[in-house]
Design a protein around this ligand. Structure first.
Ligand code: FEO
Ligand code: CA
Ligand code: CA
Ligand code: CA
Length: 596
């Protein structure tokens, strides 16, 4: 094929069947391909890391040198001199499971033991690992390596952009409002054309509590994000051992104690994987919400957009458009491009038109009398600002993917069991009690990422085949049927295009739910964006979600993540505790993954 053109037939493998066995505990992939476990929770990352202990008795110091838990988004960064054989793999560790500890998570006298909390914090964050092809052409992890690095919920980070040093960012421990410890709940991913990784902070609100009823009721920056107003944070109760996570205002402490600590999460964290001594930077110009991803789109003129979903029922799709342009010839000029620009939120009309509404102070009600004293408040309370701009509430926006030629943007809307109830059915979110989700396609005006208007359509509705029957022979209700051409799936989550324009779809549903029995275990599928044909490429072990997706530049190696496997993967012996694992996929003839 001529360079720049897409192949006529995109998908070259035969789809594989679903796995409905409740004890299924392996990864299977299409014929002609091999999948092998590559990097699991507890594997050594930094120098001096002990080997993983099967009884989970490693302490927090060991964990801080080893792979974290719940691998999610990931990206491969090539070395310029040998890009298809040598790179850095950067992998998120979204959260932790009770299996992190020998006997699960405990409380003593109503408090979490500090040693457990520290291990949980150390198992969050990001891993950077050096990888290369050996003399036999097999990909290996390099250990030890100067590049290998663990970033956790305890790693110092610089706060940058409009909120740096702002009063709402100051805490008892950081009166400067410019340095925060760690990143939390890093889900999907982002990356930049200048070779940095963007870790996105998704469900950070679950880690905090504000017990003050009166304060909470008027504090939009807590309430609108769902921070707990009960006796404890929604997950882990870290605040019982680490006061930084207790966001109840405390007038006896400088800056109210830690009431502002939740303001220091919900951002994009830029990490330079090639400099292991670099300090990660929280870029506040991106705005604060429960951000799943920050997927780049770069136009020929160097203008850019980073697309994000805010994955909560009825939340919004955003994009951040930097003010400057990407300049490949001048890397130093790109260093702080992410500190200034415009955050937009999507409003979708029923006729297939759409508008990007700018979250800019002074614009359409974003003024002091509505609680937005300056641009800092707009970014800090991006959800509330988007409410005022009439953004369209979506069915849990997760990953965005940008087509390599058209720059069309595809967004997974994973599911929303409150659609038709708390949120009215509309053209883009058309099914009540939407358990299976859909994929949205956005065509920017002029195919330009900085456009302020677009056209949209639904690329597909996931779910059961039209006219199908359930296990008891009853017709499947209309709201559970979709329009997939090919292999069925539910709850699209991970989404990415490869270099040839194949659209890869990863799923995240509860495979134990009776309504998901047709779908079997979670899956990786491949779609042709032109014909909309979908084929199932890989099925994961029972209990997992499939997430994370990246390639070597030649697309002859693909890595995905098996997150929270339920039985004993990757040992698959029925006994060993399960470990989230990065899986390497290669083609037995050495060809391009997915191609003819
Ligand atoms: Fe962590 Fe929205 O998935
Ligand atoms: Ca996940
Ligand atoms: Ca996700
Ligand atoms: Ca999900």
């Amino acid at each position: 094929k001529a360079s720049g053109e897409l192949p006529a037939r995109l998908i070259g493998f035969d789809g594989i069947p679903v796995q409905q066995d409740p004890a299924f505990d392996r990864v299977i992939v299409a014929e002609g391909y091999t999948a092998r476990a590559f990097f699991s929770w507890g594997d050594p990352v930094e120098r001096g890391a002990p080997a993983w202990k099967a009884d989970a008795s490693d302490g927090w110091q060991a964990q801080s040198l080893q792979a974290g838990e719940n691998h999610d988004g990931m990206h491969y960064f090539p070395f310029a001199d040998d890009p298809d054989r040598h790179g850095l793999l950067v992998i998120n560790h979204e959260y932790v499971n009770p299996t992190l500890h020998p006997q699960g998570m405990s409380k003593v006298g109503g408090r979490r033991p500090l040693a457990e909390v520290r291990k949980e914090q150390a198992a969050h964050g990001v891993s950077v690992i050096e990888v290369s092809k050996d003399a036999q052409g097999q990909w290996q992890r390099i250990y030890p390596s100067h590049y290998n690095r663990r970033i956790s919920a305890l790693t110092p980070m610089r706060i940058s952009g409009p909120l740096a040093g702002h009063a709402s960012m100051k805490t008892a421990a950081d009166p400067s409002g410019r340095e925060v410890l760690g990143t939390l709940n890093n889900c999907s991913r982002g990356f930049t054309p200048w070779g940095t990784y963007l870790a996105c902070e998704e469900n950070w609100h679950n880690y905090f509590v504000n017990r003050d009823r009166e304060d909470y009721a008027q504090r939009v920056s807590h309430k609108r994000y769902g921070i707990s107003n009960g006796s404890a944070s929604k997950t882990y109760s870290w605040e019982s051992a680490d006061p930084r996570f207790d966001a109840t205002p405390d007038a006896t402490q400088p800056h109210g104690g830690y009431v502002n600590e939740p303001h220091r999460f919900g951002w994009v964290v830029e990490i330079d994987p090639f400099d292991p001594n670099s300090k990660p930077v929280k870029r506040t110009a991106f705005g604060r919400f429960c951000r799943e991803c920050a997927t780049p789109s770069v136009a020929a003129d160097g203008r850019m957009a980073f697309y994000s979903g805010d994955d909560t029922r009825g939340e919004y799709v955003y994009k951040f458009v930097p003010a400057g342009r990407y300049d490949a010839a001048n890397p130093a000029a790109n260093r702080d491009l992410l500190d200034s620009g415009t955050l937009y939120v999507a409003r979708l009309a029923a006729d297939g038109s759409g508008e990007w509404k700018a979250l800019v102070h002074g614009n359409e009600g974003l003024v002091a009398e509505n609680g937005f004293a300056s641009q800092s408040e707009v970014l800090l309370n991006a959800r509330a600002a988007a409410d005022l701009l009439g953004a369209t509430p979506m069915d849990r926006p997760e990953w965005a993917a940008v087509h390599p030629q058209s720059l069309d943007v595809f967004v997974t809307l994973t599911n929303n069991d409150q659609r038709g109830d708390k949120f009215a059915v509309d053209a883009a979110n058309p099914r009540p009690q939407n358990l299976h989700g859909q994929i949205l396609r956005i065509n920017e005006a002029g195919n330009h990422p900085a456009a302020t208007t677009f056209r949209w359509e639904l690329f597909l509705l996931a779910g059961e085949a039209d006219g199908s029957k359930d296990a008891d022979g009853r017709p499947v209700p209309a709201h559970l049927t979709g329009n997939i051409k090919g292999d069925l799936f539910s709850s699209p989550d991970g989404l990415a295009f490869d270099k040839d324009g194949r659209l890869w779809i990863e799923t995240d549903y509860d495979d134990a739910e009776p309504v998901m029995q047709t779908m079997g275990c979670n899956q990786l599928l491949c779609a042709d964006p032109a014909t909309r044909e979908v084929r199932r490429f890989l099925v994961g072990p029972r209990g997992c979600e499939i997430t994370g997706l990246t390639w070597s530049p030649d697309s002859r190696a693909m890595w995905i993540n098996i997150q929270h496997p339920g039985i004993s993967y990757p040992a698959s012996d029925g006994v060993t505790r399960p470990r989230s694992t990065t899986v390497l996929i290669t083609r037995d003839d050495g060809g391009v993954i997915g191609a003819v």
